[in-house]
Design a binder for this molecule. Sequence first.
Ligand code: ATP
Length: 269
Amino acid sequence: MSTLRIAPTMKPGEPIVRVRGLVNRFGEQVVHDGLDLDVRPGEILGVVGGSGSGKSVLMRTILGLRRPDAGEIAVFGIDAVAHDPVRRREIERRCGVLFQDGALFSSLTVGENVQVPLKEYHPHLPGSLLYELSLLKVKLAGLPADAIDKLPAQLSGGMRKRAGLARALALDPPLLFLDEPTAGLDPIGAAAFDRLIRTLQQALGLTVFLITHDLDTLYAICDRIAVLADRRVIACAPVEEVEQLDHPWVREYFHGPRARAAQAAREAI
Ligand SMILES: Nc1ncnc2c1ncn2[C@@H]1O[C@H](COP(=O)(O)OP(=O)(O)OP(=O)(O)O)[C@@H](O)[C@H]1O
């Protein structure tokens, strides 16, 4: 396993993401109200909760794409809420993001998509090196080399996810955000993507914030699960502890037939 990658801005023992007292509102609707969360270095944290519980809003707020109504967020020990473009850029530079829809530029090839962040942060790299670097990321994401010259529309759904992952890994980020990476994939494709995430996390020393509805993913690769309900994180613990919680959403989610199938699949491994 590779060395865990943290940042010089972090104190020993500090979480890689620390959220305290987070409040997010849209008009009258309160999405988060006093939400606390720690993401520990080197873990795969699964983030679950009912539809509309605020998982994506939480991710966007941590990434600085939305300014919260109240609360503190530190990413790599850097204040992520402060209006400071230099600090913001320092955080952005170290975070890879795979959005739910892949968010690839449809008119660019896979390789050109991967080169977008490389060009932004390293504008003077020669074209041949940009190509080599993007090829490396394409292969790292488990795509065949010839996918580099294809347009997103020429790829299957699973390959598009991998192309999005290749772009998310472009700048060698120590922290990776994944929003429902296995949504829309068939079970075999989803299991393969889970294995890829686990392998990359171990090989590259990544910390992963992973939003999912996929019970198989939770049981297969997550070190801890954060449950969003009642506008807060009501639990953050290994799946065996979380499934014992006495909460209506947890009971329904973790003790339904799909959960039993996911548990059985893990026991069979
Ligand atoms: N830009 C916005 N303007 C108004 N309301 C918003 C906005 N973004 C999110 N919301 C609302 O905030 C709530 C939480 O949304 P969010 O997308 O974070 O949920 P989620 O937990 O990710 O849901 P899902 O599992 O369905 O993807 C929802 O009720 C949504 O309608």
